[in-house]
Every structure is written in C-alpha cells, then in structure tokens.
Write a protein that binds this ligand. Structure first.
Ligand code: NAD
Length: 267
C-alpha cells in the first residue's frame, strides 16, 4: 500500500507520525509523497483540511484517514493510542468483517473566481466565505442565472455538507448529512431593514444548480477557502456549485455523522 502521513507538527502528532512510519515499514507499506493511495492526517480537523489541499490534484485517486491528537474531530476518528490497531486493520488483520475499508465519499464545493485580472478556481472541503475587508459586503446573489437578492452584510458562507458543522453552524446554518449532494448558502450578519432585504435563512442548493455572487461596488474582499485566505481587490463574480468530484475517506470501522454531531455539540 502506498501511503503518506501529514501531521500537525506538535510533539504528540510528530511522535505518532513516527510510530506510524515505523509500523508501516514493518508491514511493507510504501511511503509515497507523490501518488499515495491512503493519506493519514494526524492532528485535528485543521490538519485534514491541510492534507486535503496538499493533495487537491489527486483527490479522485486517494482516500483519507484521520487520527486526532486533541478532541474528537469531524474528519478524524482514530485516537492517539490506536495507531497499531489502525495499521492492523489497514493490513487486513483483525476483524474479518472489516478487512476492507468502506470508502465513504463526501461532496465538495467548487468555485470559479472571475476577477478583472483573471480567473481562478478552487475546491473546498468545508466552505468558502466572501467578506468585506473594509466593512459591509455588497453583492448581488443570482441562483441559476436569475437574480435572487442584493446582499449587504458581513459576508456569505457557502458550505459543503461535511463543512456544515464548522463555520456554517456558527452562522446559524443547518447540519446536512454528507450523503446529500448539496451546498448551503448562509448569511453572515446580513443587514435587514425597510430598505435592505435578504432572505435571512440559510438555503440548500442541489447538485446541478449554481449560484453567482457579483461584487456590486469597488470593494476589497476577503475570500476564504477552508483554512486559506485570499484578498481580492478586483472581483467581478464568484460562481459556486457542488463539485463533480468527491473526497473519499477510508473507514475501517463505523463513524456515523450524527454520532459525531451529538458527541461534538451535546457531549
Ligand atoms: P481553527 O484552528 O480556528 O479551527 C476552527 C475550529 O473548527 C476547530 O475547532 C476545528 O476542529 C473546527 N472544524 C474544522 N472543520 C470542522 C468541521 N468540518 N466540522 C466541525 N468543526 C470543524 O482553524 P483551522 O484549523 O484553520 O480550520 C479552518 C476552519 O475553521 C474553516 O474551514 C472554518 O470552518 C472554521 N472557522 C470557523 C469559524 C467560526 O465558527 N466562527 C470562523 C473561522 C473559521
């Protein structure tokens, strides 16, 4: 098996990474930074976001596994003391019923940025947000090429189902099961009064629908794509939709989404 490990860089994550390499070598795994079949993220959800973007060009060809060295992560189900067990299961040793991993696939959001100075495209695992740098974001929102609303407020958050438990949750979005091919549009502190009006509710777009956000004035904007930030001074529009490709996670045991939601938010 060709594998690669990314760790958060803190002492425990580095130690676990070394332990993984040692056990993997004993089992004949091949360390491959170019074309791994499995990428193991050791740290937290932020480490998984980093791993995802490191291998963004190879997403269809590999599966991720997450080990958490802090609290239970949404993308990291294995605990720090479970590396030997994980390696056993990766080799097919242990419970014969789960010798082969179940590959679960989660939807992603793709965005195309149109600027006066050119175009760019991105894929998000959690979400992308668009915010004003100097104050209110003023933007026209179209859905499927029809004008929907004129947005004024702090920003707009467009999340994937697996990202619905992250930033999206903080701005009042709904939790969406990752088996649903959809993206969610949630407002970040919209201005609503007699003059300015937005929907005021999060909404879900199914696959094959698209949303365009047009910058409605000269404004400096901050685009975030997961943990990455970009300042854009000449935005024309952003088009977003559910991506064609999905991200794969290798499950060597069940890790139900609703259990994660309960354990993370209700205790
Ligand atoms: P970070 O270290 O500040 O992490 C923020 C928190 O988000 C961490 O507790 C992390 O575990 C959690 N998180 C990440 N992905 C999650 C998911 N899918 N479900 C539930 N919780 C999740 O920042 P980072 O490590 O660089 O991560 C970037 C992410 O932080 C962004 O993708 C965004 O979702 C999140 N974020 C949240 C807020 C907010 O809730 N107000 C603000 C900014 C960024």
């Amino acid at each position: 098996m060709r594998y690669y490990v990314l760790d958060r860089g803190d002492p425990l994550s580095v130690e676990l990474s070394q332990q993984f390499h040692k056990l993997a070598e004993q089992r004949g795994f091949e360390l491959d930074a170019e074309s791994p079949e499995i990428v193991v993220s050791i740290g937290g959800d932020g480490t998984m976001l980093h791993a995802f973007h490191t291998f963004i060009d190879r997403i269809p060809d590999l599966a991720f596994v997450g080990v958490h060295t802090g609290h239970l992560g949404f993308y990291a189900d294995w605990k720090a003391d479970e590396i030997p067990k994980l390696i056993d299961l990766m080799c097919g040793i242990g419970d014969p019923k789960i010798m082969k991993p179940r590959i679960v696939k989660y939807p992603l959001v793709q965005l195309e940025i149109h600027k006066k100075s050119g175009t760019a495209s991105f894929i998000a695992l959690n979400e992308f947000t668009l915010k004003g740098v100097d104050g209110t974001l003023v933007a026209q929102v179209d859905i499927n090429d029809v004008t929907f609303e004129m947005f004024r407020g702090d920003g707009i958050c467009i999340s994937t189902p697996s990202g619905s438990t992250a930033y999206n949750k903080s701005v009042g979005g709904a939790m969406v099961h990752p088996s649903i091919d959809a993206l969610q549009i949630a407002e970040i502190a919209s201005i609503n009064n007699r003059i300015f009006r937005t929907l005021g509710s999060p909404l879900l777009l199914p696959k094959h629908h698209h949303c365009d956000i047009f910058s409605s004035k000269d404004q400096r904007l901050l685009l975030t794509v997961d943990h990455n930030n970009f300042q854009i001074d000449d935005l024309i529009s952003v088009r977003c939709q559910v991506a064609e490709q999905k991200v794969s996670f290798a499950r060597y045991r069940p890790f139900p989404f609703w259990n994660r939601v309960r354990d993370a938010f209700l205790g």
